[in-house]
Design a protein. Structure first.
Length: 176
């Protein structure tokens, strides 16, 4: 077998990406500290044609060299918006009939592999701070909590890794 060259991968151009039909998924970053994590979320969102990213609270915004280092240009393709308060954003999305899922370990959470999105329903997934997770006030406003099953000794995954796992799982269920 031979590795493919980048020009053989048939990826979208930035203009083609902007015109492409998006996966009905919105990513919300709730007070993410690491700029490398933010850049990684942009890159993953580009890979799965995510509709939009909301950067909330202390989450840094492009342009920034540390975001760019991991985003590799995806800040120019994926739509994004800064919103100061995550809770007000969640309430606004509620009013737009968008289903809200906190990616968090909670009472009565749904394991990710057991969750199936409603066809043609837009879903917003919230990823929380590297130390504190999604804030409790935001969790209280979510329609549901999705949990990534883990069987090792650690209690959580890095936010960029969590985002990759969740977006791939939901993309498979929504778009493929």
């Amino acid at each position: 077998m031979r590795k493919l060259k980048n020009n053989e991968l048939e990826r979208l151009s930035p203009a083609g990406f902007k015109q492409a039909k998006k996966t009905p998924l919105i990513v919300i970053l709730d007070n993410i500290r690491s700029l490398n994590n933010v850049g990684s979320v942009f890159r993953t969102s580009d890979a799965f044609l995510i509709e939009k990213i909301y950067l909330c609270g202390i989450t840094a915004t492009p342009p920034h060299k540390d975001i760019h280092k991991t985003a590799l240009g995806s800040t120019e393709t994926v739509a994004w918006e800064y919103v100061e308060d995550t809770l007000s954003l969640v309430k606004r999305l509620h009013a737009e009939n968008i289903r809200i899922a906190a990616i968090e370990q909670t009472e009565n959470s749904t394991l990710l592999h057991n969750f199936y999105p409603v066809k043609d329903e837009k879903l917003a997934v919230i990823f929380g701070n590297e130390v504190k997770g999604v804030s409790q006030t935001v969790v209280n406003e979510a329609h549901l909590s999705l949990e990534i099953p883990q069987v090792g000794t650690k209690h959580s995954l890095n936010i960029a890794v969590s985002c990759g796992v969740v977006l791939w799982d939901l993309f498979k269920k929504m778009a493929l």
